[in-house]
Design a protein around this ligand. Structure first.
Ligand code: S3P
Length: 441
């Protein structure tokens, strides 16, 4: 449904209780990677629990345009007919990555060593995002890549011969690390990436499950070029970043508890749990047994309503909870006392400037806060007014403010929410089933 201006909006009634058992859709990061590695593998890769969100569908369509056969027997089951390391064919038109930063950056690494030219474009948000962080190391490897003043469109000239590099990453970015490793698969010699702080390690785990040999030592990961990928089956767990909205909802309003089933709890993703627990949240993990050390760990997550207290967030947790800050700031606004986040300047270059979007939205709801260059200070515990929020077209800003209504004194309206479908198709229905009074207007 859309408003009279043609823009999709959420209207959320104040208050309410959260309860029940929920299963969130599949992990976005893992779904992108399963498609890409499945495409490069020899044989057929079966993916279950695939996230049929717009971002991953952009990856799926791009691979199809590069000549990869992909079937979807069901919405969340995908069969990728791998073409092998030399099997991709040039696309006849620019590859459109939509809103998906992960897709664009990982494709840069995947396409840089190919014999054909490629061009990558995206929606208005993606066309503003920085791409030199990936283009620069790929050029060091010998790739011929151009950006437009650091941003898309990204033009990749085919036929470059790549050599492995040793790359100390300036930012802790799983996208940069993954792009360099993907390029390294077709480079001469060894490619080694050194991280300034741990970032999500889905690429490393999944490469290992596709039979690629990697060396992981301390903060570095290395692989030899020329390796072949062997098709496998990938079970995608529920997306922790989607579960995060309900984890915070549970902290605010699950008097009888809320259970989130089969959520990915890779420790490089779950910084939010540590942050919330140190604020006083009652969150219990019921872990599932995993088959191999490289399998993605999963758990059922049980959350109970808790009185939260503000904290100073350790900078070491920032990269481990990078996508959860919009909903974390909502938790901070409802916690007693002050919360401070620093060292989070990366939030300024996500789907929107998430520091500015959250500061503005919280101010509209009457929450005292101070926007810092690299973070946000919030004084919580005074409750939330109702009001109208600009999501800036950012899915996570939209969902965070929808959850905030649980503790508001009047309705909250959130504008420009269509992009919720990029990461969390069915959010509205699931949120309603859990007890949130949200409707599309
Ligand atoms: C992602 C990595 C993160 C994250 C993004 C998904 C990935 O970005 O914010 O939503 O799948 O690799 P950075 O690695 O650039 O921090």
């Amino acid at each position: 449904m859309t408003s009279t201006t043609g823009e999709a909006c959420f209207r959320v009634a104040p208050g309410g209780r959260i309860a029940g058992e929920l299963t969130v859709p599949g992990d976005k990061s893992i779904s992108h990677r399963a498609l890409m590695l499945g495409a490069l593998a020899e044989g057929d890769t079966e993916i279950s629990g695939f996230l049929a969100g717009e971002d991953c569908l952009s990856t799926l369509r791009a691979l199809a345009a590069l000549g990869v056969g992909i079937e979807r027997p069901e919405r969340s089951s995908v069969r990728v007919h791998g073409v092998g390391m030399e099997g991709l064919r040039g696309a006849s038109a620019p590859l459109d990555m939509g809103n998906a930063g992960t897709a664009m950056r990982l494709f840069m690494g995947l396409l840089a060593p190919q014999p054909f030219d490629s061009q990558l474009i995206g929606d208005a948000s993606l066309m503003r995002r920085p791409m030199e962080r990936v283009a620069a190391p790929l050029r060091q490897m010998g790739a011929r890549i151009e950006t437009l003043e650091g941003r898309p469109p990204v033009r990749i000239r085919g036929g470059a011969s790549l050599a492995g590099i040793e790359f100390p990453m300036p930012v802790a970015s799983a996208q940069v690390k993954s792009a360099v490793l993907l390029a390294g698969l077709r480079a001469r010699g060894r490619t080694r990436v050194i991280e300034p702080a741990p970032s999500r390690d889905h690429t490393e785990r999944m490469l290992a499950s596709f039979a690629v040999r990697l060396t992981r030592e301390g903060s570095s990961v290395a692989l030899e070029g020329g390796q072949r990928l062997r098709a496998t089956s990938v079970r995608v767990p529920g997306d922790f970043s989607s579960a995060a909205f309900f984890i915070v909802a549970g902290c605010l309003a699950a008097e009888q508890g809320l259970l989130l089933r089969n959520v990915g709890v890779n420790p490089t993703r779950t910084g939010l749990l540590e942050m919330l627990r140190s604020m006083g949240a009652d969150i219990r993990l019921h872990r599932h047994a995993s088959d191999t050390p490289d399998a993605e760990p999963t758990a059922d997550i049980e959350v109970h309503k808790s009185q939260l207290r503000g904290i100073r967030v350790p900078e070491s947790l920032v990269a481990l909870s990078i996508d959860e800050f919009p909903i974390f700031f909502v938790a901070a606004a409802l916690a007693e006392g002050e919360t401070l986040v620093r060292g989070a300047q990366e939030l300024r270059v996500k789907e929107s400037d998430r520091l500015a979007a959250m500061a503005e939205g919280l101010s509209r709801l009457g929450v005292e806060n101070r926007l810092l260059e690299d973070g946000l200070w919030i004084r919580g515990g005074t409750g939330l007014e109702g009001g109208c929020i600009e999501s800036r077209g950012d899915h996570r800003i939209a969902m965070a403010f929808a959850i905030a209504a649980l503790a508001a004194r009047a309705p909250i309206e959130i504008r420009d929410v269509a992009n919720v479908a990029t990461s969390f198709p069915g959010f509205l229905e699931l949120a309603r089933a859990a007890g949130l009074g949200v409707e599309a207007t």
